[in-house]
Design a protein around this ligand. Structure first.
Ligand code: GLU
Length: 935
């Protein structure tokens, strides 16, 4: 055997020996681990890594030789230097680093030298980060899909307006999807950048003062608790506040001190600590290589952070694929390289291509289906459950769920859990995955949620704010010697309504009165609300209950329940004044002037007829018609007859004597014409005057009001009615608002009560625009008031509450039930028609109807009075005439006044006597007396 042969045989032995020892000890693979020096989670990370290496050694033919480099994010040169040193060892794969800046250094080296590079950082760089099917695999969910998840969560949470609190500009990239999907007309959202800290109270206070209740917090995991603690201090962590935390590790923090907060805190997580797979893996992390005993350092499943889990998954992915390739006969020699020499790794390309193929979208077509390297751990088949696990079985599947990469090595499939803080732990409410990016899959059903709310409501005491105003909230008069407290101080529709609602929901409430007495008006200059709405925004009350109108502007600031009462704006006005009927109301059809002119005309015309008749020869007549040549002529038209003729004609009665001359007839004719017209006018007017009430200025609609200036009109200042007219585009209402604004003195009132008072006292010179329900209430109590015209609009009163109050649905349901059962109508009847003097004006309605159809004595009484008066005057004249005649007879017949009186009276009383002596004397009187005695 030559030396050459011997040499060859020896070399063969050496190679066989090396091969055998390598096989026994396992093949050594160098990997580089670039970690963040400042990461507080490094201890967990190193346990996870050690455990992974140990397990690899245990179940495979490989021995991992890790090279750890703990670096600061500014250590560029050190990073490059370490990487070059590593290459010389012959590195199989590089993991990390976690800072984006250092990652760029490592990524450029591994890309150039074709070394598989597993990244665990959020990489938002737009555009393809590497060439297609290269060596880069980023285990972290790709930035754009993660942004979609956040956008979907915000949308599904039904957040219209919110404030984004962020630490650096990368936070806005995480939210870019949510921000770009907004419509131009969507409500404004605000941005607040946190300062260097640690004190962020001033910013949080500003948010609190802005009234914002929905906050998206994007910050580093280590700052979350500190920021929320400060938010608690400035009262930004109250019942109605809601937070979305974008950090995927939020659930790993200690939330013990937020156990009792009532704020809604929602977060997102990639790692599900409750999966039994992760629990098993974590149990294994506690076993060390040396003694196979559990370490003292306890790691809970809920404290495993994303980057730790991703690093663990990355190592497993690498070794699984490496082993799988070698098993199918693919040789993967790992070469020693140098930064200065142009040479590339011989295993990189094949290994990367293998991972791309195995962990791509179409997993079902994958030939290596028994590999768990891209899939979730199958619990029943878990290698860590049995320490002497057979070699053939593979290492565990990923902790972060299914691994799937796009052609650029970006992770494009994973599953996120949407979690909610309950006491000091989190519960999963829904899940999300990039396959259906616009949808959240709910895990807590709506029914379950509602049951929870219902349970919470039974422990809730609502702080109800309201304003005094009948019949909604009335202060109960204090009984002597007794102090009223709490809800006993008040009564009214609102109090009863709350009693009924809490009857359904099993809750309790406490009423308080708003200090400024306003409903809720926005001041655009000060950018603040007043009244009830302000109380809700300041979270000083849970509910606002009274005649609070649901308006668009208010709805933007607070939430409303469905309306419990519907109404519209109408006009409150005073009824026509019912003046007591005058005795001489029959004179009303003509004015006093006309009566005086008529009386004058009567006298003048009577005189004129008298004069004209004297002048007219035809009215001088023969007193003895049988005498053809009378000595003298006679004129019948003395003053008495003239007055009789004119009176007879104006009374429509005519006269038995008539003028004969043309001129007298002409004058009489003209008087008759005058009488005809005047009588007709009087008759026509008399009917109207006797049947109708005296009318003042009349209005029948808002148009009538707008088209006149005599009646002033106004409304409550700063309420929904005021806003309706102020903001109306309809020309009539706008004109009305301009008129109201320019009126002096002001036509606006501070309270409906004042408006009603003004209507009643202004003698129909003021109308008040008021909501119909309040008009109804007033009309039930004051019969002098009427509603004029219909409703100008249609709206409702609702119960207001801070936005996103969880109990809105339950209160809505209670209102709906009350509506259907008629409870709301009963309540309204009680407070409108029964309590505090309601139902007073029912009788009046009937009596006013009666007066419209028939005339009472008060209308025509005057006519009777005139008749009686005239009769008395006529009797007086008759008595005078009688006495005058008695005197004349006594003188002419030379007898005593008494005898003359007795004889005349006796004769007058003898109603059967038809004849009378023309001139009675004393003898006839004595004879008469004697005959009476004989009888
Ligand atoms: N209900 C109205 C409001 O909520 C107040 C009354 C009114 O404006 O007529 O503002």
């Amino acid at each position: 055997m030559t030396a050459l042969h011997f040499g060859r045989v020896l070399l063969g032995f050496v190679l066989v020996f090396v091969a055998i020892t390598q096989k026994c000890l396992g093949r050594k693979l160098h990997i580089g681990l670039f970690l963040d020096e400042d990461d507080l989670d490094n201890q967990t990370k190193s346990i996870a890594l050690q455990s992974a290496m140990y397990r690899i050694k245990l179940v495979s033919q490989y021995r991992i030789e890790p090279h750890y480099y703990y670096l600061k994010s500014t250590d560029y040169f050190k990073t490059e230097e370490k990487a070059c040193k590593l290459l010389k060892q012959g590195v199989a794969a590089i993991f990390g680093p976690e800072s984006p800046e250092l990652n760029d250094v490592i990524q450029s080296i591994s890309t150039a030298l074709e070394i598989p590079h597993f990244q665990t950082l959020w990489n938002p760089k737009s555009g393809p980060p590497t060439e297609k099917f290269g060596q880069i695999f980023n285990m972290f969910p790709s930035a754009n899909t993660l942004a979609q998840a956040v956008a979907t969560l915000i949308r599904e949470s039904d957040w219209k307006t919110y404030t984004i609190v962020y630490e650096d500009e990368t936070g806005l990239i995480r939210l870019q999807e949510a921000l770009t999907k907004r419509e131009p007309l969507d409500p404004i959202i605000s941005y607040r950048k946190l300062g260097p800290g640690p004190d962020h109270r001033s910013i949080l206070k500003e948010i609190k003062n802005s009234g914002e209740s929905q906050i998206i917090l994007d910050c580093k995991i280590d700052n979350i608790i500190n920021i929320l603690k400060q938010a608690k201090e400035v009262n930004l962590l109250e019942e109605y506040h809601s937070y979305i935390l974008t950090n995927l590790d939020a659930h790993t923090l200690n939330w013990k001190e937020f156990e009792n907060i009532r704020t809604n805190i929602t977060a997102i997580r990639l790692i599900d600590p409750n999966s039994s797979g992760i629990k098993d893996v974590i149990r294994d992390w506690h076993l060390t290589e040396e003694n196979q005993q559990y370490t003292k350092y306890e790691i809970g499943a809920e404290s495993v952070r994303v980057k730790t889990a991703l690093l663990f998954d990355a190592i497993n992915l690498f070794i699984n694929s490496f082993a799988a390739m070698e098993e199918i006969g693919e040789k993967l020699p790992v070469k020693q390289l140098s930064c200065n020499r142009y040479d590339i790794a011989s295993h990189g390309n094949d290994l990367s291509a293998f991972i791309h193929r195995e962990c791509s979208n179409n997993l079902t077509e994958n030939p290596m289906l028994d590999l768990k390297m891209c899939r979730n751990i199958n619990v029943t088949n878990n290698i860590f459950a049995i320490p002497s696990y057979p070699r053939k079985e593979r290492l565990p599947g990923p902790l972060s769920g299914l691994l799937q990469f796009d052609e650029y090595g970006q992770r494009n499939y994973y599953q996120l859990q949407i979690i909610e803080l309950v006491n000091s732990g989190f519960r999963v409410t829904s899940t999300w995955n990039p396959d259906v990016p616009d949808k959240l899959y709910e895990t807590v059903t709506t029914e379950e949620r509602e049951k929870e709310y219902e349970k919470q409501l039974t422990q809730k005491n609502f702080r109800v704010v309201s304003r005094l105003g009948a019949p909604y909230l009335i202060r109960v008069p204090k009984p002597p010697g007794k102090l009223l407290r709490g809800n006993d101080r008040f009564e009214g529709y609102a109090v009863d309504l709350m009693h009924k609602i809490c009857g359904y929901l099993n809750c309790s409430f406490t009423f308080e009165v708003v200090e400024d007495g306003s409903y809720g008006n926005y001041n655009p200059e000060k950018k603040e609300w007043n009244g009830l709405i302000r109380q809700l925004l300041d979270r000083k009350a849970d509910l606002a209950v009274c005649d609070l109108t649901i308006t668009y502007e208010r709805r933007k600031a607070v939430d409303f329940t469905m309306p419990f009462m519907t109404l519209g704006i109408s006009i409150l006005y005073a009824k026509t004044v019912k003046e007591p009927q005058e005795l001489l109301s029959f004179t009303n059809p003509l004015s006093l002037d006309v009566w005086l002119y008529m009386a004058t005309a009567y006298i003048v015309m009577s005189m004129l007829i008298f004069l004209v008749a004297r002048l007219n020869p035809n009215d001088w007549e023969n007193p003895h018609p049988c005498d053809p040549c009378p000595q003298e002529l006679e004129n019948i038209w003395d003053i008495k007859n003239c007055c009789w003729l004119t009176l007879g004609s104006i009374m429509n009665q005519g006269c038995d004597i008539m003028p004969k001359g043309i001129s007298t007839r002409m004058v009489a004719g003209m008087w008759w014409f005058f009488s005809l017209i005047m009588t007709a006018c009087y008759t026509a007017n008399l009917a109207a005057f006797l049947t109708m009430e005296r009318m003042g200025p009349t209005i029948e609609s808002a148009e009538d009001l707008a088209g006149q200036t005599k009646i002033k009109y106004g409304c409550l200042s700063g309420g929904a009615t005021y806003s309706f007219f102020r903001d109306s585009n309809f020309s009539t209402y706008h004109r009305m608002f301009v008129q109201m604004e320019s009126a002096d003195p002001s036509v606006f009132e501070k309270d409906n009560k004042d408006g009603v008072k003004r209507v009643l006292t202004s003698n129909r010179k003021y109308a008040f625009l008021m909501e119909s329900s309040s008009i109804e209430y007033e009309m039930e109590r004051n019969c002098d008031l009427i509603q004029v015209g219909g409703l100008l609009d249609s709206k409702g009163y609702g119960i207001a509450m801070p936005t996103n109050a969880q109990y809105r649905k339950q209160i809505n349901e209670a209102i709906l039930k009350m509506q259907e059962s008629g409870t709301l109508t009963q309540l309204k009847d009680k407070w409108w028609k029964e309590m505090h003097g309601g139902g007073q004006c029912k009788e009046d309605k009937h009596s006013s109807e009666a007066t419209a159809t028939e005339l009472g004595l008060d209308h025509v009484g005057g006519v009777f009075v005139v008749l009686i008066g005239g009769v008395f005057v006529a009797l007086s004249i008759a008595v005078c005439e009688f006495l005058w005649n008695v005197r004349k007879i006594a003188v002419d017949g030379q007898m005593t006044l008494k005898d003359a009186f007795d004889s005349e009276l006796k004769f007058a009383m003898d109603i059967w006597a038809r004849k009378k002596a023309s001139k009675p004397t004393s003898q006839t009187v004595s004879l008469e007396k004697l005959s009476n005695k004989i009888k």
